[in-house]
Design a protein around this ligand. Structure first.
Ligand code: ADP
Ligand code: MG
Length: 290
């Protein structure tokens, strides 16, 4: 449905997005990558806010740039740095955005009511946005992106700043909305995509490193994730050599979980890989540098 055909974006001589080749059909796609990976740049191109330097994006076979307004009618977007109007109430805000989107008044009213219910803001609809928690603002952000009942819904870091409870609520909301549309959401938090995305896209240095369902990605790492009880000295050496997924102090020393092609220690045993381990495999150096 949405074809990303050899898409790159260059700023000066720096490629923020490099040669992405993807086909997105209905479902939830989790774009997972560290800060600076190129997620926002990629999403802005899908939303026609940026033109690719190379390549083309097509929706149902038609270049989205050519479709213009027609494509934007079926598009919903929650930007990463979403701006709110603090003095508006939730309801006023949705009606205002609906008017900006050119939606008919009757439809806008009915849809606003429906969405306030969907994102559990019904009771707060007369409250000013400035009194909202982070989670409430995010849910309102999703509601505004859903006003036109989009076929392509793009959510850039929708879970940033949410507490664990809000996160769970958010995940449930997304899976509810995913029917009958393409949902693309970006995050640098593994657990946020692990349970809701049908397909994970791992992005690093502007490129899609790998794609697949959670099981497919973890399968590739089978036999490469090791657990090993080590002395402090051994553990320190291992941490310099391998990406370390977990480190736990135990009575007999340090229990390390690490990624290695070969057995990293005499008493090392393989463990079944998680999506966290997959992330570590691709971003190991960056994570240890932090
Ligand atoms: N308008 C721009 N001009 C120059 N560099 C940019 C611009 N926008 C983004 N970049 C660079 O492109 C890279 C990817 O940025 P971004 O798409 O925001 O990544 P992410 O959303 O994954 O954190 C970063 O190195 C960023 O500094
Ligand atoms: Mg970003």
């Amino acid at each position: 449905m949405l074809e990303i055909d050899g898409v790159s974006k260059r700023f000066g001589d720096f490629y923020a997005v490099k040669n992405i080749q993807l086909q997105l059909d209905q479902g939830v796609y989790g774009l997972l990558g560290a800060n600076g990976a190129g997620k926002t740049t990629f999403m802005r191109m899908i939303c026609t806010l940026l033109n690719p330097t190379e390549g083309e994006i097509r929706y149902k076979g038609v270049p989205i740039i050519k479709e213009g307004e027609k494509y934007r009618k079926i598009l919903g977007y929650l930007p990463q740095d979403f701006g709110y109007y603090p003095q508006f109430t939730a309801e006023e805000y949705l009606l205002y955005i609906a008017a900006l989107k050119g939606l008919k008044e009757n439809y806008a009213k009915a849809k606003t009511k429906e969405l306030l219910k969907l994102v559990s803001l019904e009771k707060a609809k007369k409250k000013k946005i400035k009194t909202f928690s982070g989670g409430m603002k995010r849910r309102l952000g999703i509601a505004q992106a859903m006003l036109n009942d989009p076929k392509v819904l793009v959510l850039d870091e929708p879970t940033a700043g949410l507490d664990p409870k809000e996160r769970i609520r958010f995940r449930n909301l997304i899976s509810e909305m995913a029917e009958d549309r393409i949902v693309l959401l970006s995050t640098h938090i593994v657990s946020d995509v692990e349970n809701i995305a049908n397909e994970i896209l791992i992005m690093k240095d502007g490129q899609i490193q790998t794609t697949g369902q959670v099981e497919e990605l973890t399968e590739k790492l089978q036999g490469k994730v090791w657990k090993c009880l080590m002395t402090h000295e051994e553990a320190a050496a291992a941490e310099r050599e391998y990406p370390v997924c977990n480190r736990k102090k135990e009575e007999g020393g340090i229990l390390l979980t690490m990624i290695s092609e070969n057995k990293p220690g005499l008493n090392a045993v393989t463990v079944s890989p998680s999506l966290e381990d997959v992330y570590m495999y691709y971003f190991g150096e960056e994570v240890s540098a932090e």
